[in-house]
Design a protein around this ligand. Structure first.
Ligand code: ADP
Length: 438
């Protein structure tokens, strides 16, 4: 304000001096005009210096000037300096982010709200074949065209990662994971899991081969043991007891091998070849009969079918999953327990469920229940003849039929195992008895 006033005084002074000089020379207006022109010339001069400074040497110290102009130069200089610092700081942050993303071995691709690619690191160029000059602004599904990726991308359910071969190298196995952020933008990460995938494949093949190789010797052993057992009454009681135990353990090994083979097949084979509409009432009744035979009348086993739609799936696999659940219910519940096999609608889909009112399972075990060989009570499970693979098989079968295994149980509250199948897996049953009975 003070500076403004000073400028005003400068103007008045120059005009006054001009007027006074003009007065003395009997030309007061010409004098006033000269004073004002001097003032204007001064400002034009400073304006020119400002322009020169900003256009030619903006980094240099500002020119010195009196009054308001000096203040203006200083302000501009300080403002410019502040801006330069902020810019340098932001640039160095950006550089660090880019350097750290570049150093990452995983691919990182930033996508805008339409799914168009905005930025990616060099790992993405190596793994996905993106080219900086060419692909920026293109939709991600134009480059990763695998229908499984396109489906995953549009489904917007990114809780689970997706495993696929790289679009540029069939031998490279990538695990894709998408994260939603900001204004519907997406961050795509791809990790090279080729080594892990190979190891997993080797493990699967090894288990499958060993199980396969064990089958023949076990069949031979079981055959001879059965023959010897017919002469058991001629053997001393000590040997007869041993023979009985050998038969029992051989049978256990045989069921272990057959469960391991089934699991390997479920993991290796993609499935779908034998899928057909399954009449669920027939299937449930057939498993009920098998469970009753296992129970020997010690349990009350019921069937409830309230959805008439058929499940499209593999008869063998669904039967095996349902049998595992029903047999578990027989084996792990005390005499007199009630077991119910159900098929009922829920939402658009339908649920397959096995419920019992036995002793139940402590919730601490639930997250690990479907792991291979995980047992709640090791001693008891071995005594019941279980292989420890039953629920792992159930989980795999359900996953192959687009369902998830849900377990609901608590100590003393019984157990409820169920799989929810989506509507896409159901059809209106064409005729009864589409499934065979065991
Ligand atoms: P197993 O061959 O030991 O039965 P599973 O994978 O089928 O292996 O089952 C894992 C464990 O889950 C079992 O050892 C058992 O303790 C528990 N379990 C399964 N079903 C039931 C049930 N209906 N009630 C109580 N416990 C159960």
């Amino acid at each position: 304000m003070v500076l403004w006033r000073r400028e005003l005084w400068r103007l008045i002074l120059l005009a006054g001096v001009g007027l006074a000089a003009g007065w003395l020379l009997s030309r007061p207006w010409a004098g006033l005009a000269t004073g004002l022109a001097a003032c204007l010339a001064f400002h034009l001069y400073q304006l020119r210096r400002l322009h020169r400074w900003l256009t030619r040497h903006p980094q240099a110290e500002p020119p010195s000037a009196p009054g308001l102009w000096g203040e203006l130069f200083d302000h501009l200089y300080r403002y410019q300096k502040g801006q330069r610092h902020t810019q340098e700081r932001l640039l160095s942050i950006l550089k660090r982010i880019q350097e750290s993303s570049e150093a990452m071995r995983d691919s990182v691709v930033m996508l805008d709200r339409h799914g168009d690619m905005e930025w990616w690191n060099s790992a993405a160029e190596r793994m996905l074949g993106l080219r900086a000059a060419h692909d920026r602004g293109h939709h991600i599904t134009n480059l990763v065209r695998d229908p499984r990726f396109v489906d995953y991308f549009h489904r917007r359910d990114y809780r689970e990662p997706l495993t696929l071969p790289s679009p540029i190298d069939e031998q490279m196995v990538l695990q894709f994971q998408i994260t939603l952020y900001g204004d519907d933008e997406r961050l795509l990460m791809a990790r090279d899991i080729t080594r892990l995938h190979r190891l997993e494949e080797m493990r699967r093949d090894f288990v499958a081969n060993v199980s396969h190789e064990l089958r023949t010797p076990l069949t031979v052993l079981a055959g001879y043991l059965e023959t010897y057992a017919t002469y058991a009454d001629q053997l001393p009681p000590r040997f007869a007891r041993g023979l009985g135990q050998m038969q029992e353990q051989t049978a256990r090994m045989q069921s272990l091998v057959s469960d391991l083979l089934l699991l390997s097949r479920l993991e290796i084979d993609r499935g779908g070849g034998d899928h057909a509409p399954l009449a669920m009432d027939t299937l449930l009744s057939s498993v009920q009969r098998d469970a009753e035979a296992l129970s020997g009348g010690r349990h009350r086993i019921g069937v409830e079918v309230s959805d008439t739609r058929a499940l499209v799936g593999s008869d063998q696999e669904i039967r095996s999953a349902l049998s595992n659940l029903a047999f578990n219910a027989v084996r792990y519940t005390p005499e007199g327990s009630r077991i119910l096999l159900r098929w009922y609608p829920e939402g658009d889909g339908a649920c397959l469920e096995v419920e019992d009112d036995g002793d139940g399972i402590d919730p601490v075990h639930l997250p690990r229940l479907t792991e291979r060989f995980y047992r709640v009570d090791k001693g008891r499970s071995a005594a019941t003849g279980g292989t420890g693979l039953g629920l792992a098989i159930v989980k795999h079968v359900l996953l192959r039929h687009d369902a998830r295994l849900e377990v609901d149980s608590g100590p003393g509250q019984g157990a409820r195992f169920r799989g929810h199948f989506p509507a896409s897996r159901l059809v209106v049953a064409a005729r009864r008895g589409a499934t065979g009975t065991a």
